[in-house]
Design a protein around this ligand. Structure first.
Ligand code: PAF
Length: 413
């Protein structure tokens, strides 16, 4: 048997092999050779018997199914070759062995290239965060995992479709508003109540604390892994028709809302005429005057240049905070080794802080640029008036979201 080198081996695997060899008082080469000789059962007629117990003892965390897979692979290899050569089997056996040790039982789903999607363009803070995440993952895995970016609804015509893609494992990672997420994990809708958060400090306290963690964990029931809360921002009302500073000014305006029952009810309660629509259809609907307005944070309005679709009136209503869960396909997450899972969680949280800062720091400049582009930015909005007008939604949804849960968020200090 030729020498087996560790060149090109993923570092954490090399470490594991080193530790296992040290434990046995052997060199890595010797340990692997012995393993293959003894446990792949290389008898004279070159048949293989895999002994689960011994290999498991040697490298740990192998399941019966893993061994069956190796056996099947070797068997089919043997059939197709009409008598397999010893050397080839050794190489094959060792390759499979390394692969399984590296990624654990769900090796078949392990991915070296991942797709990260969002509804927004590369210049939006979602994708600035995504870019940072991709860079950090590449750097921290020594190039082993590459995260590719798919902005601007390239992987689905709306956030609901992309979320379905995450569930199925067709998309690996997604930054999305909570718009359609109640259909996947109903508890998340608690964040959609109007005037729930005082300011960004309040937001951070809740999102990064136990309430936020619980809401992220609730996604697991829907085959989705919640990594962290990134940010869309406080949402503001815009329209093509008139200046709106209090709820009555907006009476009857036909505005697009997200496909979200709490948002829809809040706008109805304020006397406007809301209609739910996927984001991909909004620009054209505004251009063609199918709707008069929409509501979104400053960065969305700016990145999508909604003034080019006639949205000249921008009311700083800040009527609801819009968090953006950073989600991963649970199938893909579960297939990763523990070290990678921890890395993705840690990096997702770290980027959350960076991404929120990028979003917040740029808001004032964006407002000024929008004004230069001819948008009337109304800062003197009567937010108390909007708050009162939307307040009935709390009672409307009280059976699903009890007062105590809402208060735990509102009163977080
Ligand atoms: O309005 C929406 O649907 C969302 O805020 C958007 C623009 C897709 C960003 O998540």
């Amino acid at each position: 048997m030729g020498a087996i080198t560790l060149r090109g081996l993923e570092p954490s695997l090399a470490e594991k092999l080193k530790r296992a060899a040290k434990k046995q008082g052997k060199s890595i080469n010797q340990m692997v050779k012995d393993t293959l000789k003894q446990h792949l059962g290389m008898s004279k007629d070159k048949k293989f018997t895999l002994v689960h117990h011994d290999l498991d003892h040697l490298f740990g965390r192998w399941s019966e199914e893993d061994f069956k897979r190796i056996q099947r692979k070797i068997d089919s290899e043997r059939k197709s070759q009409g008598g397999i050569k010893m050397k080839r089997v050794i190489v094959l056996g060792f390759a499979v062995l390394m692969m399984l040790t590296l990624v654990g039982p769900a090796a078949a789903q392990y991915k070296a290239t991942m797709k990260l999607a969002s509804a927004l363009a590369l210049d939006h803070p979602y994708m600035i965060g995504a870019q940072k995440f991709a860079e950090l993952i590449k750097e921290r895995t020594n190039g082993r995992i590459e995260v590719k970016l798919y902005p601007s609804l390239q992987l689905g015509k709306g956030e609901r479709e992309m979320c379905e893609g995450i569930q199925q494992g067709a998309i690996d990672l997604l930054v999305t508003s909570t718009g359609p997420l109640g259909g996947f994990s109903p508890s998340i809708n608690i964040l959609d109540f109007p005037f729930l958060f005082r300011d960004f400090a309040h937001v951070d306290l809740v999102m990064d604390g136990p309430i936020g963690r619980k809401l992220l964990d609730d996604f697991e029931k829907a085959d989705i892994k919640g990594l962290a809360f990134w940010e869309n921002g406080f949402r503001h009302l815009t329209n093509a028709k008139r200046q709106v500073k209090k709820a009555e000014d907006g009476k009857g305006l036909k505005i697009r809302t997200m496909e979200n029952k709490v948002h829809l009810a809040a706008w109805k309660s304020a006397g406007l005429n809301p209609t739910p629509m996927a984001w991909g259809e909004v620009f054209t609907a505004l251009q063609q005057n199918v709707i008069d307005g929409q509501e979104n944070p400053i960065a969305v309005f700016y990145s999508s240049k909604l003034w080019d679709a006639g949205q000249k009136n921008f009311s700083l209503t800040a009527h609801v905070y819009s968090p953006s869960p950073f989600l991963m396909s649970k199938k893909i997450f579960d297939a990763m080794p523990k070290e990678d899972q921890e890395l993705f969680l840690k990096t997702g949280m770290e980027v959350a802080k960076f991404q929120r800062k990028v979003n917040r720091d740029a808001e004032e400049n964006k407002l000024q640029d929008m004004a230069k582009a001819g948008v009337t930015v109304m800062r003197d909005v009567d937010r108390e008036n909007f708050k009162k007008a939307m307040a009935p939604v709390y009672d409307q949804f009280s059976s699903q979201f009890p007062k105590a849960e809402i208060e735990a968020i509102m009163n977080a200090k």
